[in-house]
Design a protein around this ligand. Structure first.
Ligand code: NDP
Ligand code: OXD
Length: 309
């Protein structure tokens, strides 16, 4: 019998096992490697990988990521013929869109400034602009970047997008590639990073990039901690080149105790909760993709292993 093996959160495993039993009884759902015959496992769903486990799955065909990103999976452990599929599901998209909208509004309305004024017992004002007077630029125009831009437009922000190959998005001017990065950055009052972490994008949020933003711009990083060069962010905030940063991701996670980001008045931190894989919705995306695998149809969210996303 064909089997799918789930690793990670045991509570989620038990819940998904029940859904598979009802909706896809032809595929055995294993909640742990000891729960069945590993030679039957053709599909693995995981957040991170264990080298020992991969070696025990001789018939693995597809690795499904629990998350939208795949950089946390060490793909060097996975034989080249195994296909890799990222998670596209409404729970991640909805929570990410809500987070980006909230973060953009918080920075737009100077909430980090007011929080630190409150802590100092001061009652002072910053200038109030309209959303329509502020430009938000999103790096990465995939599933999450496009959905976030739609909400930002609905909030009346001026919006821009940037990606590798460019995109056509009504109401958002889009830029592509290294040649157009400067023109994009030069207009962003608030920059949102929604890129995958690859060899090309690691460290992209650096001094060089910050100096291309208008002075006093703010940063929202909801992608991966590895995109950010931490000392460059501290320098840009301290010099006034950047005004605020809202960071949902760090490297490593959790950020070690005593790290300068924790107490920095211009930085707001959240512990990687921007886009959350929802147990109740993600299982249906997984089932739809397993059906595609069985039918030999293309997956939703297949990763190009050469490109890294
Ligand atoms: P997609 O794969 O759908 O989109 C990726 C986008 O990034 C594409 O537009 C792609 O360009 C662009 N891109 C990739 N490489 C480059 C490059 N070198 N230069 C310019 N653009 C590039 O990803 P998602 O939208 O689904 O997710 C994005 C990331 O968000 C995930 O990889 C993950 O790291 C992060 N994430 C974080 C979460 C959190 O809770 N903080 C939750 C979920 C995801 P092109 O269109 O040309 O291919
Ligand atoms: C993801 C994440 O990639 O949670 O989905 O970061």
């Amino acid at each position: 019998m064909t089997a799918i093996l789930h690793t990670g959160d045991p509570e989620r495993g038990v819940l998904w096992q029940g859904v598979f039993a009802e909706q896809m009884p032809e595929v055995q759902f294993l909640c742990s490697p000891d729960a069945g015959a590993l030679q039957d496992v053709r599909y693995l769903i995981a957040w991170t990988l264990d080298a020992g486990l991969i070696a025990r799955l001789p018939n693995l065909e597809v690795l499904f990521s629990i998350g939208a990103g795949v950089d946390q999976l060490d793909l060097s452990l996975v034989p080249p013929h195994v296909r890799v599929v990222r998670m596209i599901e409404s729970g991640i998209t909805t929570t990410m869109v809500e987070y980006v909208a909230m973060a953009a509004l918080m920075l737009h309305r100077d909430i980090p400034f007011y929080l630190s004024e409150q802590r100092e017992g001061r009652w002072s004002h910053a200038d109030v602009l309209l959303c329509s007077e502020r430009t938000v630029g999103v790096m990465g125009l995939g599933e999450l970047g496009k959905a976030s831009l739609q909400r930002l437009r609905e909030q009346d922000f001026r919006t821009l997008g940037w990606s590798r190959s460019g995109a056509e998005i009504e109401g958002t001017r889009c830029y592509s590639g290294d040649e157009q990065l400067g023109a994009f950055l030069g207009q962003c009052d608030i920059l949102v990073c929604l890129l995958p972490l690859t060899d090309e994008t690691r460290g992209i949020l650096s001094r060089e990039l910050f100096t291309r933003l208008p002075r006093g711009a703010s940063l929202i990083n909801v992608a991966r901690g590895g995109h950010l060069v931490e000392p460059d962010l501290l320098e840009a905030l301290d010099s006034g080149q950047l005004r605020y940063a809202m960071l949902d991701v760090a490297d490593p996670e959790p950020l070690p105790a005593g790290h300068p980001f924790y107490g920095h008045p211009a930085i707001m931190l959240t512990p990687h909760i921007a886009g959350v894989t929802r147990k109740d919705t993600a299982v249906h995306s997984l089932i739809a993709n397993v059906r595609r695998a069985l039918a030999g149809e293309p997956f939703e969210g297949e990763v190009d292993r050469q490109r890294g996303y």
